[in-house]
Design a protein. Structure first.
Ligand code: SF4
Length: 440
């Protein structure tokens, strides 16, 4: 057996791709190791959403490249969004790399690996995916209770700050039968949570030219699979959350009452500049509709601080939105200009770095404040949680769990195990988590 080490940067889609890469390579005698020093094949799965992440990928390649001096048969590969974006240029910056493969070329790996094992240098980047039934290959999943299933890849939205449409291409939905078959297999294997993934998950099915193929109907089908498990879906685009999807979440007892809906800015002019297809008021309406429908629902978001041309007043609208909408948690980032994007060319409107990072600090402070308030709402309530981790400390068993609404809950118990569903009464709230006691 040969040893494979994969370093994964970026989003859940990348993590899911890495699980698929490990699965494909397991058919060719590669076994995964957590120790990169003993690996025969090193793969870095990269993210280019921010410059920092792309820089990290090249810096890791530099470290690995030096290792080839002592281990000349070592093979190095790079994939993911940086590979897709930089293509042949990767090898100009890192000539010791053996294989560059794009986000569309994962299922070509069997051929690509043979070539690099014969000492060829290979670059496989296409703009169109190499179509394969994903269920033909193993998937080596890393999480113990949660399994990711990508259902749609790519994006047609072209938000002006985002590289995804350039690195992942246009939207491509997987066939529902293939997804349901994968979900059935996952449940049989004992996983307790399925997360349906897509850069724009509620667009699922639009490209398959059949009005019955929608995210709502897919949730209904997966909900019918026997077994105790739950279903999540990320990431939603605000104006694509239609009533039928909300109805499906309500009807299906296994679907978590949790929505991740990036707002990006609380100001309608900035949203227009970002080419987001909704106004601040429309976003408020969606949030209000969801909150009215579900008790204990949580809504999380993403925000960018310092988008080109953003004024102090427009930034303040974002702080206000976070508070008024009582968002339960938000991912935040300072704007990072990306190659190919429209916003990346608005150089004369870039916000000075110090202003941008001050805004990010204020955004994070507001996020902490709003998260604590959101957590405090749950004190005294009972939440059904799924245990994800276990740790022994001072003779006590501490369990980490996640509620249906995605809140992290810690509690002590020696009666429960990873993978159990437990009702927990919430006793205490902190900014990022809740503490409780199990109840019978
Ligand atoms: S919806 Fe916008 S931000 Fe999200 S992946 Fe598509 S282009 Fe990027």
């Amino acid at each position: 057996m040969k040893k494979l080490y994969i370093e994964t940067l970026g989003c859940q889609m990348n993590k899911s791709d890495s699980e698929r890469i490990a699965g494909i390579l397991s058919h060719f005698d590669y076994v995964q190791t957590e120790n990169e020093k003993e690996a025969d094949l090193l793969i870095i799965n990269t993210c280019s959403i921010r410059q920092l992440s792309a820089d990290k990928a090249y810096s890791q390649l530099g470290v690995w490249g030096k290792r080839k001096k002592d281990k000349p048969n070592l093979k190095i590969a790079i994939c993911g969004c940086v590979a897709q974006q930089d293509k042949e240029n990767v090898r100009k910056r890192a000539p010791y790399v053996d294989l560059v493969f794009g986000t569309h070329n994962i299922y070509e790996l069997p051929d690509l690996i043979k070539k690099i094992e014969n000492n060829e240098k290979v670059c496989a980047i296409t703009n169109k995916p190499v179509i394969k039934n994903q269920n033909d290959f193993n998937i080596i999943r890393k999480e113990s209770v949660n399994a990711w299933i990508p259902i749609i890849e790519g994006c047609n939205n072209f938000c002006t700050y985002c590289v995804v449409p350039f690195t992942r291409g246009r939207e491509r939905s997987r066939k529902p039968d293939e997804i349901i078959e994968e979900a059935q297999k996952i449940i049989k294997e004992g996983y307790k949570e399925i997360t349906l993934l897509g850069q724009n998950v509620d667009s699922y099915g639009k490209d398959l030219n059949d009005n019955n193929i929608t995210l709502a109907n897919l949730l209904r089908s997966i909900n019918k699979i026997d077994g105790e498990f739950r279903i999540r879906f990320v990431t939603s685009y605000p104006s694509d959350i239609k009533d039928d999807l909300i109805n499906a979440v309500d009807e299906c007892e296994k679907v978590c009452k949790y929505f991740h809906i990036p707002m990006q800015s609380g100001n309608s002019r900035i949203l227009k500049e970002m080419n987001r297809r909704y106004t601040k008021e429309e976003y408020y309406e969606i949030v209000s509709k969801i909150r009215k429908r579900f008790e204990n629902v949580t809504i999380t978001s993403d925000f960018i601080a310092g988008f080109p041309s953003e004024t102090e007043g427009e930034f303040t609208d974002t702080l206000k939105a976070m508070e008024e909408l009582e968002l339960d948690y938000s991912n935040t980032a300072a704007y990072s200009p990306r190659e190919f994007t429209k916003a990346g060319k608005m150089v004369d409107k870039f916000i000075p770095e110090d202003v941008k990072y001050k805004r990010l600090e204020r955004l994070n402070e507001k996020n902490r404040e709003v998260c604590l308030k959101s957590n405090e709402k749950f004190v005294g309530k009972v939440l059904k949680v799924l245990i994800e981790g276990k740790m022994e400390k001072d003779g006590k068993i501490n369990l980490n769990s996640r509620a249906d609404n995605n809140k992290i809950v810690h509690f002590e118990s020696d009666k429960h195990n990873i993978g159990d569903f437990v009702n927990v009464k919430i006793k205490k709230a902190q900014t990022w988590c809740l503490y409780g006691e199990p109840i019978e």
